[in-house]
Design a protein around this ligand. Structure first.
Ligand code: TXA
Ligand code: MG
Length: 327
């Protein structure tokens, strides 16, 4: 049985949230809101609990998890070495949508790191996430709270759709603000390297620490193990379009685009993605799931700008669309 509780992020009911912390402390699984997407959490230091995350999600065991902390100092429980650039990035961007990969300390369960010599750590900004971590008195290992392969959840409803009956508790804390997952940066390389783009861009980081590598594509053996799997896929086939001229209107298809008013469609459902790529990011996963719920078999999604958060959006969309791009 999955218990669902509702917590207002602006006025947290600590007594109710204590129930969720109790579940974490006793080795259970709790889906909880963060500013990026919902996470499926367990005690980072409880090997069995962490293994259960993989079972609940159907996640391949060679894909490591991010450990979420609530205090900067807790980074030392995970990292055996903290390079200067990591300190600077943490000071600038934590709490927030940035995950750092660091050399791991002994004693961190192999299930968290998939046996790698490195560990991923993030300090979120979401009030409910932070309060849950503090009340649990540990760090919380959490991937996105979706079934493996499907779009990341940005509402409690998405978590319920994927995980009801498979986890102990789901905390409904409203919609995730950012809508796509954190930027993952590897701080173990000479020059820090972006493994997964997110809202915090390479330019944002370069302003703080100078050089940052980002190839746009993971070449060869992926260092971010998760990036090699099928991802973010609704049941419908997704196509990325550059020009609306490429769209064939029919009742089985739908369009996701910014500023859709005045685009001149007559025979196709349009989901409006707002005015900017920031708004598009907040809605993309929501609309990919909505397209399935509404029974569409084809989704035309607009190509974002190739800058800022648009780069992260393109990265997710290319996976949803298995690389299908129209003019
Ligand atoms: O915004 C987010 O990051 C969300 C929320 C819940 O915090 N979490 C999330 O987790 O997106 P997940 O598991 O869906 O994605 C984590 C990514 C995966 O691609 C994984 O391979 C990578 O981080 N990762 C984790 N540990 C790593 C490590 N030691 N080295 C390289 N990549 C790592
Ligand atoms: Mg995920």
């Amino acid at each position: 049985m999955t218990k669902i509780i509702k917590i207002n992020p602006e006025k947290i009911d600590m007594e109710l949230l204590e129930e969720a912390a109790h579940v974490i402390k006793h080795g259970g699984l709790v889906a909880f809101p963060t500013e990026t997407v919902y996470g499926l959490g367990a005690d980072s230091f409880n090997e069995d609990a962490v293994r259960n995350i993989f079972k609940a999600k159907g996640r391949p065991s060679d894909n490591p998890l991010i450990s979420h902390i609530a205090d900067l100092g807790d980074i030392e429980r995970f990292a055996r070495e903290i390079p200067d650039c990591a300190v600077k990035l943490a000071e600038e961007f934590w709490g927030g949508p940035l995950t750092m990969v660091l050399k791991k300390r002994k004693g961190i369960p192999d299930s968290v790191t998939a046996g790698l010599d490195t560990v991923a750590v993030r300090l979120p900004s979401h009030s409910v996430a932070n309060a849950l971590i503090r009340l649990s008195g540990t760090a919380i290992a959490a991937p996105s709270a979706n079934l493996s392969g499907s779009p990341s959840p940005t509402t409690a409803g998405h978590c319920i759709a994927d995980l009801d009956g498979r986890v102990d508790m789901i905390i409904d804390g409203g919609d995730s603000m950012i809508g796509i997952e954190s930027t993952v940066v590897d701080c173990t390389t000479e020059v820090p390297t972006i493994l997964r783009p997110g809202m915090i861009s390479a330019e944002d980081m370069r302003e703080i620490i100078g050089e940052v590598n980002f190839s746009g594509e993971v070449k060869g053996a992926p260092k971010c193990p998760g990036m090699k799997y099928k991802h973010y896929s609704p049941n419908a086939e997704v196509y990325i379009f550059n020009s609306t001229k490429s769209i064939e209107e029919d009742e089985n298809s739908c369009v996701i685009m910014k500023n859709s008013e005045g685009a001149g469609f007559s025979n196709i459902k349009v989901y409006d993605a707002g005015k900017t790529d920031t708004e598009y990011a907040a809605r993309l996963f929501y609309f990919l799931r909505k397209a399935d719920e509404d029974g569409f078999s084809k989704v035309y999604a607009q190509m974002p700008e190739n800058s800022g958060i648009g780069i992260a959006l393109i990265n997710r969309l290319m996976k949803s669309a298995a690389g299908r791009v129209l003019d």
